[in-house]
Write a protein that binds this ligand. Structure first.
Ligand SMILES: [Zn+2]
Length: 241
């Protein structure tokens, strides 16, 4: 039996993960809908639905799923196009809410991907609402030239809050235990900082090491697309295959 689910479609940062797991053997395969399909008008055209379908069929091929094997597909909109094609091709599938084990595994895959994009670990783990929009937005504004390119910029919420005026000033930071949102390292109390201020749904202040304020608007986005194929072992770890 195969589970198919998505993760990250609600995260401002990054693309969306699509993954498949065979319950009997732990074979696990995933790929990402790239961020570019959430930018430059592509989101409104729903190109991500076709890409989701392509990924689903690639994963099915990798896992050698035949037409008799039962496939459980998440009931969300992300698989609207995939479901039509599964029907047309005569697969044995049904829509359902996807629970564990895939639910936890795919969340972990997305979290690791977000960490790979540079999102601070405390934004991803140890928090009740990981990758919360306004919290992630602070991280984006801390290095806007690089990080806005990692965002689902076609979102209405990004259009509303993603291009705000930011004032930059200098100050001395006296707070203890403040982490620079540029480099994720501590800022020593009593040292000079750059201060970014903007107003989203509330006033925001961000302190950075002076050298962590990026002026570079010409940085090219890295290609963050990634995929994987592995076996989930009974102890929860993975074997590459
Ligand atoms: Zn820094």
């Amino acid at each position: 039996m195969i589970q198919i689910d998505d993760a990250g479609s609600g995260s401002l940062v990054g693309g969306t993960c699509i993954a498949a797991l065979r319950l009997e053997t732990g074979e696990y395969s995933y790929d990402f809908i790239p961020i570019s399909l959430y930018q430059n008008g592509n989101f409104c055209n729903k190109l991500y639905l076709n890409r989701s379908k392509d990924i689903v069929f690639n994963l099915i091929r990798k896992l050698h799923v035949d037409k008799k094997e039962e496939i459980l597909v998440c009931q969300g909109y992300m698989f609207d196009v995939a479901r039509k094609h599964l029907n047309a091709q005569g697969y044995n599938w049904k829509s359902t809410k996807i629970l564990d084990p895939l639910q936890s595994i795919i969340e972990q895959t997305f979290n690791e991907y977000a960490l790979g994009l540079g999102v601070p670990v405390q934004y991803v783990k140890y928090t009740k609402y990981p990758l919360h929009f306004h919290r992630i937005l602070r991280w984006v504004y801390a290095d806007y030239p690089k990080r806005h390119k990692l965002c689902k910029t076609d979102w209405k919420s990004f259009k509303k809050y993603g291009n705000l005026d930011v004032s930059i000033s200098q100050d001395i930071l006296y707070k203890k235990n403040y982490t620079c949102l540029g480099c994720s390292k501590r800022i020593r109390p009593g040292t000079r900082v750059k201060v970014l201020k903007y107003v989203s749904n509330r006033p925001n202040i961000i302190y950075l090491h002076p050298s962590c304020l990026s002026q570079d608007n010409k940085t090219k986005p890295r290609d963050f697309s990634c995929s994987g194929h592995m076996i989930l072992k009974s102890d929860g770890s993975f074997l590459p295959c």
